[in-house]
Design a protein around this ligand. Structure first.
Ligand SMILES: Nc1ncnc2c1ncn2[C@@H]1O[C@H](COP(=O)(O)OP(=O)(O)OP(=O)(O)O)[C@@H](O)[C@H]1O
Ligand SMILES: [Mg+2]
Length: 377
């Protein structure tokens, strides 16, 4: 017999046992007992699996919650938890969930994608990857932006692993997901408040504040989605260059606006214009992750934010971006590649001074891109 958790999985989750065991399935979405969708290789399919009825489904996740010391019932109808096998689950019970108990399971994969995998999959060009390496080496603040499930955490993991080994990293997350292999890593996880059990909550914001006093070289926040945005922006503006985080946004400019909005959520006395200036100077490089309609996850762009213009708008310049050039008639997969955008970053001098092997020519768009644009015009 295994642990309480393994027993709960074996007994109660047997209707989806094969999906849990199949490593090609990366996500399982349960919309009530009769409807289960899965994601395989980036595409979502309806599965044949079902639960016998709502009672069986609800009991299954009640047992899973219990096995990790959490409760899901009428008073706590939503559960966000990380399972001992590393998978992440989110559950919402009826009547809020109109289809019946609704669950998403993001399966944990032992094999984290590496930068070479991203290049191999065509999610990122070799040159884009080398450029990001240089940004990290130079201690640029890098924010990874993207929609839900677009590959933000994967990207942050890849980028974090490129940080020079001698530096002290402090990682702060809601649920520990990042596995950054470096020599000197301190990892923090938040704690949910549970007044019934007398448990005081510890937020990302609290942990960012603590981190500042723990002599970090760089701070990495898994997902910025609350008031901690202001603390992170301050961290980035006050000598902890090379800090990183992810934010939920559809493009690089949106990422700036989103962070600005989050900064203003708290009870800050800092005027809105000042916050905008702080965001403009803290944000240096933005890596945009996207999940395209063909199911492929790609790095849509790598951009630089060079502050605000005279009207107070963010100035964003794309350095590299992915462009589609066709579509495979058999698989329906998009064909395309990441190309330079004819913009030389403002910190090019740092690249030269530090003798980093990245010539200016790498930023120049190839002729075929220019011709493609002319053709489309
Ligand atoms: N470039 C990629 N190519 C193929 N699969 C990828 C790529 N990037 C991420 N994935 C896979 O996509 C899934 C979602 O990735 P990830 O958790 O990084 O997304 P996310 O944007 O952080 O999601 P969330 O919004 O839920 O936090 C994972 O299974 C991951 O392995
Ligand atoms: Mg994530």
């Amino acid at each position: 017999m295994g642990s309480v958790f393994e027993e709960a999985i074996e007994t109660f989750l047997s209707p989806i046992g094969d999906l849990l065991a199949d490593s090609a399935v990366t996500e399982i979405m349960i919309n009530g007992p009769d409807e289960i969708f899965i994601e395989r290789k980036g595409l979502v399919y309806k599965s044949e699996n079902t639960f016998p009825n709502e009672e069986a489904l609800i009991s299954a996740f009640r047992a899973v919650a219990q096995s990790v010391g959490r409760i899901i019932d009428n008073d706590n109808p939503r559960l966000d938890a990380r399972l001992p096998n590393g998978s992440r689950i989110h559950v919402v019970l009826p009547p809020m969930a109109r289809n019946g108990t609704t669950v998403a399971i993001r399966k944990f994969s032992e094999e984290k994608l590496t930068i070479s995998d991203l290049i191999k999959f065509g999610s990122m060009s070799k040159m884009g990857a080398r450029f990001l390496d240089i940004c990290i080496h130079l201690g640029k603040n890098v924010v990874v932006s993207g929609g839900t499930g677009s590959g933000k955490t994967t990207m942050l993991n890849v980028l974090g692993s490129r940080i020079p080994k001698t530096q002290r990293l402090i990682i702060i997350e809601d649920a520990a997901e990042l596995q950054i292999h470096a020599e000197h890593v301190v990892q923090f996880e938040t704690r949910k408040e549970n007044l019934d059990m007398g448990i005081v909550g510890v937020t990302i914001r609290d942990l960012v504040i603590s981190s500042m006093r723990l002599r970090p070289d760089r701070i990495i926040v898994g997902e910025v989605r609350g008031e901690e945005a202001l603390d992170l922006i301050q961290v980035m503006n006050t000598g902890h260059d090379g800090s990183m985080g992810t934010v939920h946004a559809n493009n690089a400019l949106d990422a700036c606006t989103r962070l600005e909005t989050l900064c203003l959520m708290g009870d800050t006395k800092i005027p809105a214009e000042a916050i905008r200036k702080m965001v403009g100077s803290a944000m240096q490089v933005i890596v945009q992750c996207s999940r395209y309609h063909d199911g492929g996850r790609r790095t849509a762009s790598i951009s630089e934010i060079i502050g605000l213009d005279e009207h107070g708008n963010y100035v964003c310049k794309d350095i590299f971006k992915w462009i589609q050039t066709g579509k495979d008639p058999e698989t329906g997969k998009y064909i395309g590649e990441m190309v330079p955008c004819n913009y030389v970053p403002s910190f090019f001098e740092d690249i030269i001074v530090n003798k980093l092997p990245f010539p200016k020519a790498n930023f120049i768009a190839p002729d075929w891109v220019k011709n493609l644009k002319k053709e489309a015009a």
